[in-house]
Design a protein around this ligand. Sequence first.
Ligand SMILES: [Cu+2]
Length: 160
Amino acid sequence: MKTLIITVSIFALSAVVGAIVVGVNVFDGVVVEKPYETGLEWDRIQNEQADSGALNDKGLHAVFDINPKPVRAMSELVFSMYLEESGRPVTDADITLDLTMPGMFMGINRPVLKHVKDGRYEGKGVIPACPHGGKQWKAEVNIERGGKVETASYTFEVNQ
Ligand SMILES: [Cu+2]
């Protein structure tokens, strides 16, 4: 399995929109209509657009990782994120994950990441086994600082 470390400059809106496109395209054949979740997502994007402006202009840089690898269902995982802004570690963020499978409801799974040291945040969690054998998961990372929330999305594979 390739490394899960993905480096992005956070352009929150494009990341969220990209995640939705992935959710539609990487549909694994199980028909689950999610008008409610889709509506919530839409509302959230509208809210973000409404208070954007300061969203994309800050040079915030995030590195997300999951260990141990390969990532397995039903075993304890450590989710981590390194966060910096203009080359300096960001130590005062509140970070939560929202772990989902595109196109399939797998329960609400939202590990909290706590600041450990020097801009590194960690939290533990478990990913449930997919009854349909799906492997693709999405981690939406919500980074809250000073009342503002920025979001980055990552997709990764989980082995049963
Ligand atoms: Cu599933």
